[in-house]
Each structure stands twice: as structure tokens, then as C-alpha cells.
Design a protein around this ligand. Structure first.
Ligand code: GAL
Length: 759
């Protein structure tokens, strides 16, 4: 029997308090809110709130009807992530033990609790308090977890004999004997031993089959079985690489019709003894940033679109080739996009400095297993972090995490992110957070710097220009130092400013450590990262300056810093060519593109201030020009949406960014005036409104309603023209809806959604 999978994100009743399981008498007393998933238990301002505001117990409730004809199936509920602990009730009965931990998925088999052909109550008690018995808690962590059912939920109906899991292991990719080993796990819930056939197909993403292997399989009654199928002589396949992230699909099908597939890529990732990282046999210096999964206003409950966009920002706006999912496994949607883009990933277990008691440590072991089993088919993942970030040595615990990781995935190296020099190396790669200004030499043959910068130089996008510039140069310096070391590379702290506890950050619950702000808008350091891209892909010419006379210590712009990948820059002040500059390879010898440090542009205090004009050349060819106006008078409110279309699912969102600029489009960092945004149609604004622009810029989000139509949005600020935006909310496709009941015989995939009625 074919399996049926139904997305259950739509139309939950949400109770923001500990209301208990549903009873008839409650019906009149409680007024729920209708929500879609992903959902945050409370929306908050982007800063200046207390972490206590999301630490509470809430309930989610939904009714489903599973067709009588599915009675012979196993029915499972799959949760991708609930923060922090979740207990599932079906028809008032607990359907399994409380799941502890918000970052890894869990499933409950609810078959025994269901009334087939009738309405069933699904309820989830969600405890979003910072429970010391659950990682990462026990100490205080430098980030916020937020709360709610913040990732997707699915309902799955499978034959009692079904495929439970696949692990795809490409082998010998650099030889002519390329092959693929596919581990297939089968589950038999039935009372009898089953003999059947298994077909394993290697497919292109368009469904075209490249290779197929068939074999007989048998599974004992009430047991799990595992078999490994090998596909050989795959000479013609394309490798997955950062510039050509070619993906394939493995599809396994049993004789009874149950079929399961996963995407993967053929690639070989190695940290070798010579200190370098090799992708498909070629050295690649890893250059990247750490990412927290949180967003302003909505905490961690970002829909797929925002998750995917972060990967795009890291790859295309910051030219990173690697990201670390600090400090926990992140959204499937983020990782899927990393696969599609060719962005490498270091993924790690939840935790921060603290190690709890024996029961807590068992959850760590469980997290290692859950993370690796969920994610081992992602080609983007090159390294498992199997130590609690920056925790002290713990020989017994970390011997276990390493052994388990190697057993579950013999194809990838382990790392354990540490900050104590000479700590015990049980992992394959010495992954070190080195926050020194002069980075220390590698402490082991296989070495990767996993954090630098951060709290050593917190920087707000609206800090004085010199600080924002120094922040950027520190990132450039670290990557140059790492470039010159026998090290696999460096992952700076961090990509985006993030919300944190009172014990960290700037007191307003933000750590301003990002190269972009919390809204994903660039600081000068983001321009440094962007400038490392090959100019054949994109030419970058970004002054790390607002070019204003009196905003520096000592008044004059002694040094103009420009981040660029051109070979030469002509610098004009007004109409006069003042100098020609080259990248400073002496100070930054190991970067693909060193910053330009341009001296001697000083004008006299009070002199007539002139615009700056930069012209970039590659060879003799002019490839870029930048003009920075001198006057600094606000001329325009820029108002842009990242997307022009959203899905009508009640959760899809896009960012609305705001910037006040001069006549040439240059940001005015002190134009912190209020902006009022108004919205009409099937959408809702998410964010502070009116919004005083910090540093002349900021963002709100718009969330689609459950109906299609056109959202019209306007933004107003004093003395500048009103701006307008239009966003189309598209009706959901059939497979995105959970709806309508059907009594079935043998369903097609398109019929699947009609077998389970959800309301
Ligand atoms: C590190 C830690 C990060 C963050 C960073 C701030 O020690 O691993 O989570 O707190 O410091 O610089």
C-alpha cells in the first residue's frame, strides 16, 4: 500500500496558557486563536523585552478524521520541532512520553488512539520554559530559544510493512569505480514474517531513472530489518560541488507499494592530515559565518521561505562557502537550500558550555542520534559537532558521542567545538573558538577555527563609522591570518545579530555580533565578505564609509576603506582625481581580495565638502562606479519586499525593508525617523509599527492570511514621498492543503490529501 503524507500546518487552535486537555465543559470558557504553523507562542518586539515573556506552557488543538479505509495502516504524527518539551494527546489520552528538546524531530504512532472514520482531537501541550533537565539549559545560554510548535507537522499513513529510513553513501567518487551504497531500514508491524521485493532507483530530480537494483527482502514479525543495496559503475554521474550543486534522488519501493525517497549528492569531503579541507579531491579554504535560527518578532518560528532565504544571503550576499548551525540542528528548509546552493554546513548538537546530570547526558546522546539520522543524506553537511559548544572536557560523554556519530555515519568527520586550549581531542577535527586578535597557530593537524570576533568587538550598524569599519577589518584580518595557516578555514561569529539573555549582549536583548543586523541588513563587515567573491561572478565596490566630514575622531577621513574585488580604484573627490589605489596585500596577504586602505584624502575642517566617486578597474576595463553624495539630506524612503508572492497558508512571510537614503541611494545612518506602515488585504504586518529606524534602516514582515488576494502596503515617513508595495497571495496547491474526507480503495498520490480530513 502506498504511503500517504499530509502536511498538518494549517488551522490549529492555540491556547496561550496551560488549559489542559479538552473537556466538554471547557468549550464555552476558552477562546482559542486560529493559527498556522510554524508558530511562535508569543510575538515580541525585536528588542527590549524579557526572556520570561516566552517561558510558559501553551496548548495546540486540532481535529482530524482518518478514513475508515486506512484502518489497516499505521498512522503517525511527525513533529519537526517543538520548543522545548511536548506531550501529544489523542482523544484525551497521552500518545507517548513527553518529548524533551526543541531542536530535533520526533514521531508518535497514534494508530491505537484513533477512531477511524470519526473526528479525533489532537492536542499538544507545549512547555516553553527553560527547563534545566533539557539541553541546552541548565546554565544560561547566549541566545534565546523562544517557544511554540515552530516547525512543520505531518501526518503519515503507512502500510504495516514499510520503509523506515534510507542512508545513501556515495563511495570511491574520485576513481572510475564510483558506486553508491544505500542502507534501507524496513519496519514490520505485522504479526507475520514478510518476504517481498525491494527496488532501489537512482533518479534525476525530474524523476528520470538512471539506475535500478532489485532484490528480495524479508522482515520478521514485529521487527525492524536492514539491508544494504549497492549501485555500481556510476561513471556518468555528476559530482555535487559548491559551484555545481548537482542533486539526485534515491527512491526505494517495496513489493507492497510502499515507497520512500530522499535527495542527496555525490561528493567527497575530507579533512586531511596536511591541514587542508578537500572537496572532491581539491583543496578549499573554508570561509564562513555562524548562524542562529532566530528572527526579529517571530523568534524561531520562521516559515520555509525565510529559512531558505538565509542560506541565499550567506551564499550570494556574503559569499560564504560554509555555515555553522550554532548551536543546534536547524530547519530542514535551511539545510535543503544549502544543498541546492552548494553551501557547506557544520551542524552541531544543542548545548552551550553547560553539561548536566546523567539523564541530561542521555538526551545529548539522543540528540546526536536524532541529528545524524535526520540529516545524513544532506550533501552540504561536511562535519558533525558532537560536543556541547565550549563545554569542559568530559571523557566519557564525548567518547560516546564520537563513537555514536562514527557508527551512524562513517562517511563524515566529527568535530567538537571548544574554547579551552589543550582540551582533549576525541574528535577527528580540532574545532576551536579562538577570539584572540592574533589568532594562535593550529593546535592539531586537522584544525578549523569555528568562532572569532563576536563579543570581542560588538558592533551596531548605527555605531560611529570608525567602529563599524574596524569591525569589518577584524573579520578581514582573521580570514587573512587563517588563510596563511595550515588550517581548514574559519567561521566567524556571526552572520546576523541575535536575541539573547540579559547576561549577554547590549542590555536590550540583542548581541550585536553579526556582520548583518537582526533584519539581515549589511554592516560594513558584510561588504568585506561579499568582496571575496570572484569578480567574474559579481563585481563588488563598497566604501566602508558614509563619507561625512565630521563624524570621525580627529575630524578628517584619514583612511578610506573600500571592500572590492577589482584590481585598482580611482578615487575622485568632487571632479578631482585624488589618488589611485590597489588592494593592501601587504597587510592582508592571504585573502582572495584584500581591502583597499586609501590614505591622504583629508580635507580641511569646514572646507567645502565634495562628493566621493570611486571607479573600479580590472585590467584597463572600468567595471564599477560608486558615488557617495556629500550633502546628507534625506531624499527617499526605500521600501522593498523580498518577495512579490506568498502562499495563502497563514504562516508564509516576507521581509519589508526600509531605508532612508540621499539622492544617490546612499544610506543615511542618522535618519532615525519613524515610519508608519499600513496594510490592506489578506495579510498582516508583523513588527513594531510605527517603527523608528535605527541607523536609518530596519524591517517589518508581512504574513499571508488563509485566503488569496492582493495585499497593498504603504509606508509613510515625515517629509518624504509615501511608498507603495503590492504582494499577491496565491491559493494553496492541492498538496499543500489538508482537507476533505475520502473513503478510498487504492489511492493515487493526488488523492492522498483527501484521505485525512483535518479541521
Ligand atoms: C562564544 C559562544 C557563542 C557566542 C560568542 C559571542 O563563546 O560560543 O555562542 O556567545 O561567544 O562572542
Amino acid at each position: 500500500m502506498q504511503r500517504l503524507t499530509q502536511n498538518l500546518n494549517l488551522d490549529w487552535d492555540y491556547f496561550p496558557y496551560d488549559c489542559g486537555v479538552w473537556t466538554r465543559s471547557q468549550r464555552d470558557e476558552t477562546v482559542p486563536v486560529r493559527v498556522s504553523l510554524p508558530h511562535t507562542n508569543v510575538e515580541l518586539p525585536y528588542h527590549n523585552f524579557s526572556e520570561r515573556e516566552f517561558c510558559f506552557v501553551s496548548w495546540y488543538r486540532k481535529s482530524i478524521t482518518v478514513a475508515e479505509s486506512l484502518r489497516s495502516h499505521r498512522i503517525l504524527l511527525d513533529f519537526e520541532g517543538v520548543m522545548t518539551a511536548a506531550t501529544l494527546y489523542v482523544n484525551g489520552q497521552p500518545a507517548g512520553p513527553e518529548h524533551r528538546g526543541g531542536y530535533t524531530p520526533f514521531s508518535h504512532d497514534i494508530t491505537a488512539f484513533l477512531h477511524f472514520g470519526e473526528e479525533n482531537q489532537i492536542e499538544v501541550r507545549v512547555d516553553s520554559t527553560e527547563r534545566p533537565d533539557i539541553p541546552p539549559f541548565g546554565g544560561t545560554v547566549d541566545f534565546l530559544t523562544f517557544g511554540g510548535i515552530y516547525r512543520d507537522v505531518h501526518l503519515r499513513a503507512v502500510d504495516p510493512l514499510h520503509i523506515d529510513e534510507l542512508f545513501v553513501r556515495p563511495r570511491d567518487l574520485l576513481s572510475c569505480g564510483k558506486r553508491l551504497e544505500v542502507d534501507v531500514w524496513l519496519k514490520n508491524h505485522g504479526d507475520q514474517r514478510h518476504h517481498t521485493t525491494l527496488a532501489v532507483q537512482l533518479c534525476h530530480l525530474n524523476g528520470e531513472v538512471c539506475r535500478q537494483v532489485d532484490c528480495p527482502v524479508s522482515v520478521e514479525a514485529k521487527a525492524t530489518g536492514q539491508t544494504t543495496v549497492t549501485l555500481e559503475s556510476l561513471a556518468g554521474i555528476q559530482l555535487w560541488d559548491i559551484d555545481n550543486p548537482c542533486l539526485y534522488e534515491i527512491r526505494a519501493t517495496l513489493g507492497n507499494g510502499d515507497s520512500f525517497s530522499t535527495r542527496f549528492g555525490f561528493r567527497q569531503a575530507e579533512f586531511r592530515e596536511d591541514g587542508a579541507f578537500y572537496l572532491n579531491g581539491r583543496t578549499l579554504k573554508l570561509r564562513g559565518l555562524n548562524r542562529h535560527q532566530t528572527f526579529p518578532y517571530i523568534g524561531a518560528a520562521a516559515p520555509a521561505r525565510l529559512q531558505r532565504r538565509d542560506a541565499d544571503i550567506l551564499k550570494h550576499e556574503l559569499d560564504c562557502n560554509v555555515v555553522r548551525t550554532s548551536h543546534y540542528p536547524q530547519s530542514r528548509h535551511f539545510l535543503d537550500r544549502c544543498d541546492e546552493l552548494g553551501l557547506l554546513v557544520l551542524e552541531e548538537i544543542p548545548g552551550w558550555q553547560h553539561i548536566g546530570d546523567a539523564a541530561w547526558q542521555e538526551l545529548v546522546i539522543r540528540d546526536v542520534e536524532a541529528m545524524i539520522r535526520r540529516d545524513r543524506n544532506h550533501p552540504s553537511i561536511i562535519l558533525w559537532g558532537v560536543r556541547i559548544n565550549e563545554s569542559p572536557d568530559h571523557h566519557e560523554l564525548y567518547s560516546r558521542t564520537n563513537a555514536l556519530a562514527r557508527q551512524l555515519d562513517p562517511t563524515r568527520a566529527t568535530g567538537g567545538i571548544r574554547c579551552i586550549w589543550d582540551s582533549e581531542l576525541l574528535e577527528d577535527v580540532y574545532t576551536m573558538n579562538d577570539f584572540g586578535y592574533d589568532l594562535k597557530p593550529p593546535a592539531a593537524a586537522r584544525y578549523l577555527n569555528t568562532e572569532f570576533g563576536g563579543h570581542m568587538f560588538p558592533t551596531k550598524s548605527f555605531d560611529q563609522e570608525e567602529r563599524v569599519q574596524q569591525h569589518a577589518l577584524r573579520h578581514a584580518r582573521a580570514h587573512s591570518l587563517i588563510g596563511g595557516m595550515k588550517s581548514a578555514g574559519g567561521i566567524g561569529w556571526c552572520a546576523f545579530d541575535y536575541n539573547t539573555h540579559a547576561g549577554f549582549g547590549s542590555g536590550d536583548r540583542i548581541c550585536y555580533h553579526g556582520v548583518m543586523d537582526i533584519f539581515r541588513q549589511p554592516k560594513f563587515a558584510a561588504h568585506f565578505y561579499a568582496s571575496q567573491v570572484a569578480p567574474e561572478k559579481r563585481v563588488i565596490l563598497e566604501p566602508a564609509s558614509y563619507w561625512k566630514m565630521g563624524d570621525k575622531n580627529g575630524d578628517t577621513p584619514e583612511q578610506l576603506v573600500v571592500f572590492s574585488n577589482v584590481e585598482k580604484i580611482e578615487v575622485y573627490v568632487g571632479a578631482e582625481l585624488r589618488t589611485t589605489a590597489w588592494p593592501d596585500k601587504a597587510q592582508y596577504p592571504h585573502l582572495p581580495h584584500a581591502p583597499f586602505l586609501i590614505q591622504g584624502l583629508g580635507s580641511l575642517w569646514g572646507s567645502h565638502w565634495q562628493p566621493l566617486r570611486l571607479i573600479g578597474y580590472i585590467g584597463d576595463r572600468m567595471v564599477a562606479e560608486r558615488l557617495v553624495a556629500a550633502d546628507g539630506v534625506p531624499a527617499q524612503l526605500h521600501f522593498a519586499a523580498d518577495d512579490v508572492e506568498l502562499w495563502a497558508d497563514g504562516a508564509d512571510m516576507t521581509r519589508l525593508s526600509l531605508r532612508i537614503t540621499d539622492a544617490h541611494g546612499n544610506l543615511l545612518p542618522y535618519a532615525s525617523q519613524p515610519v508608519t506602515v499600513m496594510c490592506q488585504g489578506p495579510g498582516q504586518l508583523v513588527g513594531d509599527n510605527p517603527f523608528p529606524l535605527p541607523g536609518g534602516r530596519g524591517a517589518l514582515y508581512v504574513r499571508a492570511a488563509r485566503r488569496a488576494g492582493i495585499i497593498r502596503i504603504t509606508a509613510n515617513t515625515p517629509r518624504l514621498p509615501t511608498q507603495h508595495l503590492t504582494i499577491h497571495v496565491r491559493p494553496l496547491k492541492k498538496e499543500q492543503q489538508g482537507s476533505r474526507r475520502l473513503r478510498k480503495r487504492r489511492p493515487s498520490i493526488s488523492q492522498a490529501s483527501r484521505l485525512i480530513e483535518v479541521s
